[in-house]
Design a protein around this ligand. Sequence first.
Ligand code: PLP
Length: 384
Amino acid sequence: MINFDNNATTPVDESVLEELIRATRDFSGNTSSGHSLGNAAGKYLLACRQRVAKVLNAADADEIVFTSGGTESDNAAVRGIGWAMKGKGRTGLVTSAIEHRAVLNPCEWLKGHGFGLTVLPVDGNGVVDLAAAKAAINIKTALVSVMTANNEIGTIQPIRELAELAHAAGAVLHSDAVQAVGKMPVDVQALGVDSISLSAHKFYGPKGVGVLYLKKGTPYDCFMLGGTHEGGRRAGTVPLPQIAALTVALELAESKRIKQGEWLRGLRDQLVRELLAKVPGAHVNGDLKQTTLNTASIRFDGIYGGHLLREMDKHGILASAGSACMWEITRPSHVLTALGLSDEEGGGTIRFSLGYANTPEEVTRVADTLAKLVPQLRAQPAAL
Ligand code: PLP
C-alpha cells in the first residue's frame, strides 16, 4: 500500500505509541484527584503542558488547553471567543472561503445567533485577499479566524499580517493550525496569534486529542459545561495518556521538520515533476512555493477524481479528492471552487499528501501507474 493521504491522518509513530502505552500504565490516577495517585498524574500533565508550550513558543504553559482534537478546538475557539466578544458589544466575524468545516460551521452557527459574517475570498493560489480583510475588519469585529495552512491545497496564509489587522481593530485572531504542524514553524508569538487549534493525528500522534492555544487575556466563554478542568476552559476528565502521546508526537514532528522537512519537500516536488512529465493534461492547483511541504493538489483534464481514486486504490495507492470528512460528497469542494476552478477542473482534482514513510521509489510507481490509468479513464465513456 502506498499512502499519499497523510493530510487525512498519519500513522502513529512507534515512540508515540510506546508513550501512549507507558502513560496509560504508569498514570492511572485522575489528574483532578487530590491523593497521591492523582497528584502524580497531575504533575505529569503539567510537564506535558510545559513541553507543548515550549514547542509552540507560548509565553506560559497555562495558555495550552487540551481538547479532543481539531474540530473541538476550532468549535471552542470560534464559539467561545465569539460569544465572549459579544458580551463586549462586538458581533462581527471574519473568516476565509477555504476554512475547514470545523471553523465554517461554528461561524454559521454564530451567524444564526446574531453575528455578522464576512467570508474572505482567496486568489487563484488560495491565498486570502489581505485588501478584502482590511476592508472587512472594523471596530465591530469580534474574531478573525483564518487557517495557518489549508488541508486540500496546502496554501500557507499571511497570518501575521491578518493578526496585525485584527489587533489594530481590537479583534481577536484565531488560526486553525491543524495542517501546519510539522510542515512549517508554528511559533505562536512569531505568528502573532491569540489562539490556534492543533490535532495530534495529523502529526503522527493518536486520534481524539488536540490543543487549543489561548493567549493569556483572550476573551473566552467555555461551551463545554461541567467541571473546572483545564482552568475552566474545557470540562471533562483529562485524557493524560493521549496528551502524553500528543506531547511526544509534537516534539518529534518539530524535530523531523527541522531535520527532514526539506527531504519531504523534495519527495513532493519529485512527484509533481514526474506526474507533469508522464501524464498529459496534468496541472498543479495553486503555487507550490506557497504551500506546505508535503501537499500537492493536481488536476487531470477529462477525468472524474472519484473514478481515478477508486482505480488507484485497486493498485494499492491511496490519495483523496479533498478533505477526508467530505469523502462522500461528489461535488468539488468549497476550497477548489473558491480558487476559481470550474466543476470539471475541481472534479478532476486529486490531493496527494506525502509523509515520512514514503520513498522516491513509491513516487515513481505512483506517477507510472497514473500515466496508465488516466488515459484509460479518459477513453471510457462518461469519464467525467
Ligand atoms: N482543521 C483542519 C484544517 C483539518 O484538516 C482537520 C481534519 O481534517 C480538522 C480541522 C479537524 O480535526 P480533527 O480531525 O482532529 O477533528
